[in-house]
Design a protein around this ligand. Structure first.
Ligand code: ARG
Length: 587
């Protein structure tokens, strides 16, 4: 299906041609004076110069050419030469009917691309904290938007699983339990399948080791030594590493599941270690990487740069590879395995320069072909009410898990404030609503901006919030249930007309879905979906207050409204699904 605005523009262009002018002049835009008209066309103003006449003369002729059009209810030529347009309700009703039976509400399919979304990016052995929220939440939505638009999308968590944090943990375990079989040098038997620690232990071990390594140089050296041994394949260290991975990943999976964030690949920095040596060798052979102060680097400066652009280091002077090397190898791996046309990364904005360097180095080294898009979506910080990075009451970094249970609790209280439900039911509804509160609270902000994590506001059932959107969906569902229970044939309800201004507004909002979704995809901007559904929910609620749906006796009218309700529900539910949350049956 064509986008509504395109259909209107097509009609207008044809009218310009019919009146003897160039069709191009007939571009239509949404009116900036909704009190006067719904759409406007300023083509007569632009045409006046070319045709050497007064703009109003052109506007009048075009309006005349549109006299019998079934697209518009009214076409007014007003001084000095604007064309003010109002849509014909019947045309809109037909558009609704077609939209409601079309796949994806009429979005036109395009050739699918293969896209990798790199998001989440937690480091193994450390608990997830509030800083991990945005990458997971925005990334999940970006992945879903790309998939909704018909692409083949792969979400990859890209774990930090190969760095010093692994050595720190292994070294500390060794200090505490040196007798463990993993540290026996000449051991060549099987290692135990059970990990010698729990996730709770890891959560204590890592911060302890990390703190100590900052105060004690000898301790740090031992941790680095352990990292080196691990990376060079020492059997016992590898076996322990597998335990750390398993225990840590199980915990991460639980946390991400709670956020309705799901990855197709649980790859990490370790996954590409095998391809690093040949990749680096190739860079050296092609003279793309050169020695600088003992390190191998790639120049990535471009003439047009206005900011400092240091070279991208691929091998440090001590011979070790680093974060950059892994990302370069991962690009190569993805290009080779998945025939990607786009890789989208989600990290906070402190990594802006880093990704610029890596992308340039990847292109220079020919790791991906030129037509592959490398995109970094960087996001701002989650702040507390004071405008500074969000902290717990005692000044620590809040754990994601605690944050989620806190917001669950608050939502539960709100639900029980307005109605008394059995405990268990209220708890399960609260979980669904709380997730919408968190995700919408995040996604409704343009990603690049910082935002304030305001639990009171996010969980409110009124205003620009997730719960308000869910509340609107639940309201629609309950009306549909009610009329259905009264025997009305909801299933076969048909669009038949448009009976009021609020109803027309609602239809126009719904018709805007197509253009909005395409735009949110092209700009990789989930916040555009949020602002659309907020607008749609408001428009629906105005219509609802104005219209007595359940009591309506005219079956044709009632059927029309039921069809409109169903379409509104479906569009809203599609949007929240793409954002990564869902609505309960009641709340
Ligand atoms: N583990 C990294 C960090 O904690 C984030 C990974 C982001 N993805 C990537 N391909 N570099 O900063």
């Amino acid at each position: 299906m064509k986008k509504l605005l395109d259909l209107i523009s097509d009609t207008m262009m044809a009218a310009f041609e019919k009146a003897g002018y160039e069709g191009e002049l007939g571009k239509v835009s949404v009116s900036n004076r909704p009190d006067l008209c719904e759409y406007q066309c300023n083509g007569a103003m632009a045409g006046a110069k070319r045709y050497k006449c007064a703009p109003i003369e052109i506007a009048n002729k075009v309006a005349e050419a549109l006299k019998d059009s079934d697209v518009f209810e009214s076409v007014e030529a007003v001084m000095p030469g604007f064309l003010n347009l109002k849509l014909n309700p019947a045309f809109l009703v037909n558009y609704m009917a077609e939209m409601s039976v079309s796949d994806k509400f009429g979005i036109e399919p395009k050739a699918p691309e293969s896209i990798v979304v790199d998001y989440g990016g937690p480091n193994v052995a450390k608990p997830l904290h509030v800083g991990h929220l945005r990458s997971g939440v925005i990334g999940e939505s970006v992945k879903r938007i790309c998939a909704y638009m018909g692409n083949k999308v792969i979400g990859d968590i890209h774990l930090g699983d190969w760095g010093l944090q692994m050595g720190l943990v292994i070294n500390e375990i060794k200090n505490r339990e040196p007798e463990l079989v993993y540290f026996k040098e000449d051991y060549d038997g099987e290692y135990p399948s059970e990990a010698p620690f729990t996730v709770g232990d890891l959560e204590e071990i890592y911060p302890f080791a990390s703190k100590k390594s900052k105060e004690d140089a000898e301790y740090k050296a031992a941790a680095m030594e352990a990292t080196f041994k691990l990376q060079n394949g020492e059997r016992g260290y590898r076996a322990l590493w597998h335990h750390i991975m398993n225990v840590s990943i199980a915990d991460m999976r639980r946390n991400y599941d709670n956020l309705n964030v799901h990855f197709d690949l649980w790859n990490g920095e370790s996954s590409v270690q095998d391809i690093i040596p040949s990749m680096v060798q190739d860079m050296k052979d092609k003279n793309i990487a050169y020695l600088s102060d003992g390190a191998w680097v790639i120049d990535v400066k471009e003439e047009t740069d206005t900011k400092e652009m240091p070279p991208c280091i691929v091998i440090k002077s001590d011979g070790a590879s680093l974060y950059n090397t892994t990302d370069l190898a991962t690009i190569k791996d993805r290009a080779d395995k998945y025939d990607v046309s786009k890789i989208i990364y989600l990290t906070d904005k402190r990594q802006d320069l880093y990704f610029e360097q890596v992308f340039r180095a990847a292109r220079k080294a020919g790791l991906v072909s030129k037509d592959v898009d490398l995109v970094h979506i960087s996001f701002g910080t989650v702040n507390g009410a004071d405008g500074h990075a969000f902290k717990t009451r005692d000044g620590g970094v809040p754990r994601l898990e605690n944050l989620i249970s806190e917001i669950n609790e608050m939502t539960y209280k709100r639900i029980q404030e307005s109605r008394q439900l059995p405990e268990e039911e209220a708890r399960s509804i609260a979980k669904i609503v709380a997730l919408a509160a968190i995700k919408y609270g995040d996604l409704s902000n343009q990603a690049s901006k910082d935002y304030i994590f305001d639990m009171e506001k996010f969980t409110s059932f009124e205003g620009d919030t997730g719960p308000y959107i869910l509340y609107t969906i639940v309201r629609i569902k309950s009306i549909l249930n009610k009329v259905s229970a009264e025997g009305f044939d909801v299933e076969n309800a048909k669009f038949a007309g448009c009976y009021s201004a609020p109803e027309k507004d609602l239809m126009m909002k719904l018709a805007g879905f197509n253009a909005m979704m395409v735009n949110a995809y092209e700009e990789i901007a989930p916040h555009k979906i949020c602002s659309y559904i907020f607008d749609l929910a408001n428009t629906f609620n105005r219509f609802y207050h104005d219209t007595h749906i359940v009591a309506e006796e005219d079956a044709v009218k009632k059927g029309n409204w039921i069809a409109l309700l169903k379409l509104t529900r479906d569009v809203l539910e599609t949007c929240i699904d793409v954002l990564g949350f869902s609505a309960p049956e009641k709340m």
